[in-house]
Design a protein around this ligand. Structure first.
Ligand code: ATP
Ligand code: MG
Length: 236
């Protein structure tokens, strides 16, 4: 079943005299339960595309359907409830609330989604990323990698149908990075769709489908160039 239909999506930013074409007529379908890596160099439009799919922003042209509904026409209120219900975000900069503990950061999102037993579910999500010992710490008491794991727990806690992960391993050491990739891949078992952004071609090898962006356009869409590898064998 197709979950996402991205049709001729462009995003242009007007900066005084110049127009930056961050995305230029991108078309793409993504199936429910698929794990897709979005690969591309810095500035190629990866974050811009995630922001549009997550209804944080609107395209200049084109449309995006999620379960057949055009999310680009949603009102602000509908965008908000769509994000709350359907999207687990892992931002490139983690965006934790500095005055909330790790547990409170996760539970905040669970409460927004009106989940029952939100505290219990938040503890489970933090445990799944190996932070059960750290959940009462504030972000400034956590290393960069631990903060990133809180951000990942926050994205997983809702069990949203779509996870948008922007360079989730950027701040992590190799071993922790592999655990997080494993966790994201396992979301396939719940039929969760994951879009994983990276600029690293080796990391892209964890999945069957790599979509490559160059200067806001899709340059490739297919299996990883050097073949898929099990996470244990991954080196970067
Ligand atoms: N709010 C904005 N206003 C103006 N230009 C922007 C804005 N956001 C992004 N851009 C520009 O759009 C292009 C794509 O940016 P984007 O953040 O999507 O790249 P990216 O692929 O995520 O890069 P990175 O790997 O460095 O995170 C860049 O040239 C960037 O400077
Ligand atoms: Mg980016």
């Amino acid at each position: 079943m197709v979950l996402l239909e991205i049709e001729h999506v462009s995003k242009h930013y007007k900066m005084g005299e110049i127009t930056v074409r961050a995305l230029d007529s991108v078309s793409l379908n993504i199936e429910q339960g698929e794990t897709v890596v979005l690969l591309g160099p810095s500035g190629s439009g990866k974050t811009t595309l995630l922001n549009l799919v997550g209804a944080l922003d609107r395209p200049t042209e084109g449309l995006i359907r999620f379960n057949n509904a055009d999310i680009t026409r949603y009102s602000r209120q509908k965008q908000f409830s769509f994000r709350r219900r359907a999207i687990g975000f892992i931002f490139q900069t983690f965006n934790l609330f500095p005055t909330l503990s790790a547990l409170e950061n996760v539970q905040y999102v669970a409460d927004l989604a009106q989940m029952k037993k939100s505290k219990q579910k938040s503890i489970e999500a933090l445990t799944s990323v190996g932070l059960e010992e750290r959940m009462h710490h504030f972000p400034h008491q956590l290393s960069g990698g631990e903060q990133q794991r809180v951000a990942i727990a926050r994205a997983l806690v809702k069990k949203a149908p779509l996870i948008l992960a922007d360079e989730p391993t950027g701040e992590l050491d190799f071993r922790t990075g592999k655990q997080i990739l494993q966790l994201l891949l396992e979301q396939q078992n719940n039929n969760t769709t994951v879009i994983l952004v990276t600029h690293n071609r080796e990391i892209a090898r964890i999945t069957d489908r790599v979509v490559e962006l160059h200067s806001g356009k899709i340059a490739e869409d297919g299996s990883p160039k050097n073949g898929k590898v099990p996470i244990e064998e991954l080196r970067w």
